[in-house]
Design a protein around this ligand. Structure first.
Ligand code: IYR
Length: 232
């Protein structure tokens, strides 16, 4: 399993701006694209039942590359994406996740949380972790760790990685793949199974694939634009 080389920060370098002149999109095109994108994004659903069919790996890599264009605190890009294809590693992740989830659903979550989850139909059984042909495990680099053990602070890590995951989900969906943001809790086992360094903390496990032929999703209703947008 390859471990990406750590990025070296440009810490302390002077500001050397370069021109940015993207061509302005014509109004009609902008309106049409926005409306189309809105409709396509509304078609995204979190999927928990995956087909075992393989996915085009380049599509997944391109989606990760899109995610890695996210803005980040001080442009520190504090993320690592581990693409897990090996079925044995996926089995180990599933076994460890289910062990934690059994404790969660048996009471650790508490009645109020369980009631909130009831309409989603989730439980401690996580077949998506082995059925989906790929998992993207997203790690946050809580701080930068140099080769010689030196550390540097990272800023707004939660926000940065959250934005990157949003962009990842959008890229996967718009490229025709389904995904699920799974956050087993606690997630320490992911660092152990995937051999990640101490400065990295698991953020989410994202199974990626095609929905199973008999896939079902909860009958969710999204808030309307009026309910989420305040214009002043
Ligand atoms: N991590 C658990 C529980 C869970 C929590 C939330 I908040 C969800 O939106 C869904 C599930 C699980 O994966 O089942």
């Amino acid at each position: 399993m390859s471990i990406p080389t750590q990025w070296t920060p440009t810490h302390g370098e002077p500001f050397r701006p370069v021109p940015y002149r993207p061509p302005r999109m014509p109004l009609q095109e902008s309106l049409a694209r926005a409306a189309e994108l809105r409709e396509r994004m509304d078609g995204r659903r979190t999927v928990r039942q995956f087909s075992a069919d393989p996915v085009p790996e380049q599509v997944v890599r391109d989606a990760v590359a899109c995610a890695a264009t996210a803005p980040s605190g001080a442009h520190q890009q504090p993320w690592t994406f581990v693409l897990v294809k090996d079925p044995e590693v996926r089995r180990r992740i599933r076994a460890a996740a289910e062990e934690e989830e059994q404790l969660s659903y048996a009471g650790r979550l508490g009645e109020e949380w369980l009631a909130a989850l009831r309409p989603l139909g989730t439980d401690e059984v996580k077949p998506h972790l082995t059925d989906a042909p790929a998992l993207i495990v997203v790690f946050q680099q809580r701080y930068w760790l140099g080769e010689g053990g030196e550390k540097r602070k990272h800023y707004y890590v939660d926000e940065s990685v959250g934005i990157a995951v949003g962009m990842l989900l959008s890229a996967l969906h718009l490229s025709g793949l389904a995904a699920l943001v799974h956050t087993p809790s606690p997630m320490r086992f992911l660092s152990e199974v995937l051999g990640r360094p101490v400065n990295e903390k698991a953020f989410a496990v994202i199974p990626v694939g095609y929905p199973a032929d008999d896939c079902q999703v909860p009958d969710l209703v999204r808030k309307s634009l009026d309910q989420v947008l305040v214009e002043v």
